[in-house]
Design a protein around this ligand. Sequence first.
Ligand SMILES: Cc1cc2nc3c(=O)[nH]c(=O)nc-3n(C[C@H](O)[C@H](O)[C@H](O)COP(=O)(O)OP(=O)(O)OC[C@H]3O[C@@H](n4cnc5c(N)ncnc54)[C@H](O)[C@@H]3O)c2cc1C
Length: 249
Amino acid sequence: MSEPVLSALPAGHVLLTLRHSEPVNLHLQRLHFHCPALASDEDDQADDNLLLVFAQADAQGQWPALERAPQRTYTVRARQHDNVVVDVYLHGDGLMAGWAANAQPGATLLARPLPRSGACLRAADYPHHVLLGDDSALPLIGRWLERLPEGISAQAFIEVADANARQALAEDEDIAIQWLERNGFSTSQSQLLEDALTDYVVSDAIMDIDAVFFVIAGQDARSARMAQFLIDAWAVAPDAIHHASHWQD
Ligand SMILES: Cc1cc2nc3c(=O)[nH]c(=O)nc-3n(C[C@H](O)[C@H](O)[C@H](O)COP(=O)(O)OP(=O)(O)OC[C@H]3O[C@@H](n4cnc5c(N)ncnc54)[C@H](O)[C@@H]3O)c2cc1C
């Protein structure tokens, strides 16, 4: 499949061309895209997201109106030279989940790089980071832990479908990871992250909650409730929380 020339792409968009695709495990597909336009050495911020746009140019190289094209947001798991890696949770029936499971090398997607949220810059002021997320947040958490600045410690709570979904993440004496497995419960009905958070904030592990930066990402209602719990019950400053709604029921 030949790539349209860059100048022919819709403004603000880049073309991702699938180089290869591999299962990380039964639940997660890793997509390696070729994308010279995103080649960058500035790989220090974990909240690096792309809006993937499902649109194809016609035979004359003309793109359809993008407002009506399906769009999905994904974290850039890694950038290596002109290679962009995206990890897709295979949650079931979904346009992107299906695309990721079936796409062959050469398949293309349009993508719009999204502005950084500023969370990584805000977090740098806090000596301890607590990250909570479901399968969709695993790429964010994985990259966040890899980029953890010197002298900052982290505790991650990661809720996944089952033990098979565990994966190797950054290891360091300052990093603790707890995997929470739903084992058949739906993500929307699960309370594993909420329970872990409630236990953690009353435990001795937190000496000073004002010194903690929280990253909460995943299903919309659950992550909103966890962020609100911290604000209401523990008077955590909203600035000390990065809350991202990743998907809705
Ligand atoms: C900033 C940001 C970063 C994200 N990064 C990633 C990432 O790196 N990897 C990743 O896998 N996802 C990520 N997501 C979540 C992803 O965009 C959504 O899960 C998306 O809806 C999946 O699209 P789809 O076409 O597969 O399913 P859709 O067509 O959107 O949804 C189909 C059905 O599946 C359900 N559904 C959607 N997502 C999930 C899910 N995760 N678990 C269970 N049910 C679901 C929906 O409720 C709906 O009923 C991110 C979202 C945001 C906002």
